[in-house]
Ligand binder design. Structure first.
Ligand code: MN
Length: 130
């Protein structure tokens, strides 16, 4: 699609199967992937890699993904990076909490591959999608 540079995606996900699935899918669609299982590294990795998108598991063992999203959105240098939250609990209340933490996208696990990629593409190239 004329993309000269692969967008970079930071995946913050402690579940190994999901982390592998997200990474494999993103690489198959020509994204560069940086990932961590530990939320406490997420903000530093965001600062270091300046990803085009962060995929954020909300349920992390060491820190809340919602708190990470709030910290990133409160940082002037990072706040413009879109965050797509993923959570195993597909409940309406989660979607509202995710939005109020500043995340631009929300997806329930288990993910549907087509919807996952569509949301990633939309969030990494918002000007191409109406
Ligand atoms: Mn998790």
């Amino acid at each position: 699609m004329g993309r000269s540079v692969s967008p970079k995606v930071l995946v913050v996900e402690d579940n190994e199967l999901n982390a592998k699935l997200f990474g494999d899918l993103l690489k198959a669609y020509n994204y560069d992937v940086v990932s961590t299982k530990e939320g406490r590294y997420a903000v530093d990795l965001t600062r270091k890699h300046k990803p085009d998108l962060i995929i954020m598991d909300i349920q992390l063992p060491d820190v809340s993904g919602l708190d990470l999203a709030r910290w990133i959105k409160a940082d002037d240098e990072l706040s413009q990076i879109p965050i797509m939250a993923v959570t195993a609990f597909a409940m309406r209340a989660d979607e509202e909490r995710v939005k109020s933490a500043g995340c631009e996208g929300y997806m329930a696990k288990p993910i549907q591959i087509a919807s996952f990629i569509a949301m990633v593409e939309k969030l990494t190239a918002p000007e191409l999608v109406q």
